[in-house]
Design a protein around this ligand. Structure first.
Ligand SMILES: [Zn+2]
Length: 147
């Protein structure tokens, strides 16, 4: 029988991930961490709070949308996730916290990772004396060809 790519919650793995990030390991945090990071067949993911909430409910996890929002922001502050804002829509949370850029499909809203080494950035403007570059985010926006 073919195994579906359903989440395989591993409370021990999720708990140790939370501890390593300095977060207290609550039941809901462990369940959401398992969904985000430990699903079979998942590499890096870009999820909105709404999508993760839907996924959690389907997996039988009792959690409110507000708790999902709060947890995603706590995970981001702890360095487990990176928040990605493309347009005025809902934030996306990225499980890939390494240096990278994104391909953004304007037709579907899909985000795909682009390795940082695939894009060369030159000519950054002079920065204010007290400032340093923390990160440069590049979004390559694509859409279906019209011709
Ligand atoms: Zn990404």
């Amino acid at each position: 029988m073919k195994q579906s790519p359903s989440p395989t919650p591993d409370p021990d793995l999720a708990a140790s991930r939370l501890r390593a990030a300095g977060l207290r390991s609550t039941r809901q945090r462990k369940a959401l961490a398992a969904l985000l990071f430990d699903s079979v067949g998942q590499e890096c993911r870009h999820v909105t709070a709404e999508a993760l909430h839907t996924e959690a409910v389907k997996a039988g996890i009792q959690v409110s949308l507000a708790t999902v929002y709060n947890t995603l922001h706590q995970f981001t502050l702890a360095g487990l996730l990176r928040e990605v804002v493309v347009d005025a829509g809902p934030s996306c949370f990225d499980t890939n916290t390494r240096d990278h850029h994104h391909l953004y499909n304007e037709d579907t809203g899909e985000l795909t990772d682009l390795p940082a080494r695939r894009i060369r950035i030159t000519g950054l403007p002079r920065l204010p004396a007290a400032a340093e570059v923390s990160r440069v985010d590049v979004f390559v926006r694509v859409r279906r060809r019209t011709k």
